[in-house]
Design a protein around this ligand. Structure first.
Ligand SMILES: [Zn+2]
Length: 383
């Protein structure tokens, strides 16, 4: 299944949250079959004899993406929602994918393959292990988790695309799911839908996109159109055409497009937390020898500007030691929930500050070690 890894959208990176899907191992001693028993009771298990269209779609998908079918597929009665889900209890023996009856009625054989491939991808990429934004309080962490969740959908769409026989089927599936309508009412002129994306982009800041677990169907369509232009995609289908972009270039384009739509709120929020932690952490390092000379103060101001002036005036008040401790506590507790890349960058910058300031090296290393601990990073420091 690892060969599918290369199609992942670059922001679909659980290591930013210290999650390693490869470490995930099923514990066969504690199989949880309650979920399966629920599905077996209330839904129909897909079998080609009774559900030929769905059965055929499933076969075609596994043929195309060349992985073993160890899934249970079910059809659930739901005439209102065209929906599918891959419900993987982490200890269940087999992943279960269920499709609603409305979905099957709405989609053609090829479009169904797109949805099935999409759901299989959620299992292959172990998206069920990703943090749940509903379970966290902090606004910034919530936003970062939602970014990951939307990225996971873009990855899953790519496998959906590889699972059906072409771009048009994938886009049609997305449009049908977004509108709930079939071709009786819906005309597929993709350029018109992309105009709608442009309008959304012109608005500049969509908070509904910012707080959504799934990207807008418009973003998903645009992402697939770009994906269909990549070298990696063409290689997969072993066609003669080469593709005009690398997947890396496409990922960048998608990221920029998403930023245009949701605005730069997430970047600003992450940056704010990063900079606050860096400011107070640096001050702690400067004060490692309990002195803060005029020269050091000047350096500190050069590094941090106006914020450094404010921090220095706070230091001049009584109980400055308590104040600094509190600031460190607060800012590093927030920073501990930043993405791993940002945390590593913060550590590197704190080390640079440590290198460049005066005072005893051991004392400075001790402080940096303490700050790393606050960040939840367990590794020895040196500079
Ligand atoms: Zn999905």
């Amino acid at each position: 299944m690892d060969f599918l890894d290369k199609y992942k959208y670059f922001k679909d990176d659980p290591s930013e949250f210290e999650i390693d899907p490869k470490e995930f191992k099923k514990n066969s001693n504690e199989l949880d079959e309650s979920h399966l028993s629920n599905l077996l009771t209330n839904s129909i298990r897909v079998n080609k004899k009774i559900l030929p269209k769905v059965g055929k779609a499933i076969d075609l998908v596994f043929n195309r993406i060349k992985i073993e079918n160890n899934f249970n597929f079910f059809v659930t009665a739901d005439n209102t929602q065209a929906n599918a889900a891959c419900s993987l209890m982490s200890t269940a023996s087999r992943p279960d994918i269920f499709l609603t009856s409305r979905l099957i009625e709405l989609l053609s054989l090829e479009e169904l393959q797109f949805v099935i491939g999409h759901e299989i991808a959620h299992y292959v990429y172990q998206h069920a292990l990703y943090p749940n934004y509903n379970r966290v309080e902090e606004r910034n962490l919530k936003l970062n988790i939602l970014t990951l969740s939307r990225a996971a959908e873009i990855s899953a769409d790519r496998i959906g695309f590889l699972s059906c026989s072409g771009l048009e089927h994938s886009l049609k599936a997305l449009l049908k799911l977004a509108s709930g309508l079939d071709e009786k009412h819906l005309k597929f002129k993709f350029s018109v839908y992309l105009d709608q994306l442009r309008d959304l982009e012109d608005l500049g800041k969509s908070s509904s996109e910012l707080w959504s677990t799934h990207p807008s169907f418009l973003i998903r369509m645009q992402s697939l159109i770009w994906f269909s232009m990549t070298k990696e995609y063409h290689e997969f289908f072993e066609v003669k055409k080469k593709g005009s972009y690398s997947l890396e270039e496409i990922d960048e384009k998608i990221d920029n497009k998403i930023k245009k739509i949701i605005g730069n709120e997430i970047d600003i929020s992450n940056k704010g937390i990063y900079e606050t932690a860096l400011l107070w952490g640096s001050l702690d390092i400067y004060l490692s020898d309990k002195t803060f000379s005029k020269i050091e103060q000047k350096e500190f101001i050069n590094r941090f500007g106006e914020k450094a002036n404010k921090a220095i005036s706070l230091l001049k008040m009584s109980n400055s030691k308590d104040m600094l401790e509190k600031k460190i506590d607060m800012s590093f507790s927030e920073a501990s929930k930043l993405l791993k890349t940002d945390k590593n960058r913060l550590i590197e910058e704190l080390k640079t500050v440590g290198k460049e300031t005066g005072g005893e090296k051991m004392k400075k290393l001790k402080i940096i070690g303490k700050l790393l601990n606050f960040l939840g990073v367990k590794k020895p420091v040196s500079f």
